[in-house]
Design a protein around this ligand. Structure first.
Ligand code: THU
Length: 131
């Protein structure tokens, strides 16, 4: 799948976002090597700390469907002026499965910033550190 198509899937997920508390919708789309894509949005909760981010929604959907070691690119987008940078918890969760994951990060204007997870999370703690 082309980058632009993946990014558009992430933007489409903004409409699915459940964010009555922050009013900050986030969308994500995670591409796997076999071409499958798992989308996600943030889902908030009246008990605020129980919310889950868009990236982790997409990731847990993928892992729960059998994907672990074939993640290629994650698009994550928001409606904000700045790029919607993945939060620390999402960086950590993604690092478990794909420390070198390619990231496409979008803003309200649909500008896209390309980076990698190891750029955003250098020296991340992962499974190898438990050996
Ligand atoms: N959020 C995400 O979905 N992903 C991130 O990486 C940053 C934050 C969500 C969580 C919450 O629903 C809202 O954005 C405001 O923090």
């Amino acid at each position: 799948m082309e980058d632009q198509a993946l990014v558009e899937l992430a933007y489409a997920m903004l409409e699915k976002s459940y964010c009555p508390y922050s009013h900050f919708p986030v969308g994500a789309a995670l591409l796997c090597a076999d071409g499958s894509v798992f989308t996600g949005c943030n889902v908030e909760n009246a008990a605020y700390g129980s919310a889950i981010c868009a990236e982790r929604t997409a990731l847990v959907k993928a892992v729960s469907e059998g994907h672990r070691d074939d993640f290629v690119t994650l698009a994550v987008v928001g409606n904000s002026e700045d790029y919607c940078w993945p939060c620390g918890a999402c960086r950590q969760m993604l690092n478990e499965f794909a420390p070198h994951l390619r990231l496409l990060v979008g803003n309200r204007a649909h500008d896209v910033y390309e980076t990698t997870l190891d750029t955003l999370l250098p020296h991340g703690f992962g499974p190898k550190n438990l050996n």
